[in-house]
Design a protein around this ligand. Sequence first.
Ligand code: ATP
Length: 367
Amino acid sequence: MADVVLKDLEKVFDKNVPAVRNVNLEIKDQEFVVLVGPSGCGKSTTLRMVAGLEEVTSGEIHIDGRLVNDVPPKDRDIAMVFQNYALYPHMTVYENMAFGLKLRKYPKSEIEERVQEAGHILGISHLLSRKPKALSGGERQRVAVGRAIVRKPKVFLFDEPLSNLDAKLRVQMRTEISKLHNKLDATMIYVTHDQVEAMTMGDRIAVMKDGRIQQVADPIHLYENPANRFVAGFIGSPGMNFLEGRIVSDEDTLVFDEGHVRISLPDQMTEAMSPYKDKEVVCGIRPEDIVSINSGKSWENPRDIMARVEVIEPMGSETFLYLTTGTHTFIAKVDAHVEPTLGEEMPLVVNVDKVHFFAKDTEEAII
Ligand code: ATP
């Protein structure tokens, strides 16, 4: 297995539109790193450069300590699993999995052993004589992964491998790939636009936007300490609420004042927020940090927000409320036993210790 180091990596397809900009990332041996971001952010291009399928405009790629910029894909000791599986339709599952090894002139007995082992790991041993057209989407995906496993590569690269599967199968394959990572102790780089996949699978997640990495961190750190407004809004479902307002002082306390929303900041935020006194900031509140006073839980403040209930979405274990203050709409995740009525004016409190603030101009996190 191996580490992968990306240094100052750039890709420009078109002189005016760089696809990947100044990407620096160190993926440790046996680590599972997810590149996540919206469509067009450059994550596939980054992965394809690691695979050698796309030329590097500038910067360096090292795999297991070796500079591979000019090394052809077949000599990089990587295996890639694509979204569209890319199986050969005229070959059986066995032949599809054996194909790469045959090309590399592995002895027949070793090919047999590796294909059987991969079949066993992936639970597809009974499908080895079938052709791809006789397989379900999930089974095809397993074969595509099997074809990567038999190679025993130093690094596995996955490009949105689950996008073609239905929601239930996606969840199942997600856990299977995570288990596979544990079993093989392999270095894996996984590209997805789905933040839930990123959060549930990655040891670390690199969030990308406009060709740049915005933040690299483990899932919980990313969720609790987003570096900027983009990361804060991208990670988490339903997404973080953003309210624009002003920091004002009320006697000795700093207060975030949006007009309809007034949140007194706790003492531990005073130092970081003081430079923003009388300035506009963006306040970020996760839906689970807005609580109905009627729900039984309550914080010290009598209420931070008075908002009208516009939509109610019962999820069973919890309820999503779409609320409006008149100036802002936002989502709260409340206990299922809170039963508001549509149009009701609701008093809400905010778990103020969990509130985030972002500079309005740079959108960088202040706290
Ligand atoms: P998606 O999730 O939609 O696949 P992505 O984050 O993987 O998006 P990339 O496929 O890496 O994004 O594309 C990044 C940018 O580079 C996009 O603006 C895209 O249009 C552009 N791009 C990608 N491949 C090429 C190409 N072969 N020629 C020109 N531009 C390209």
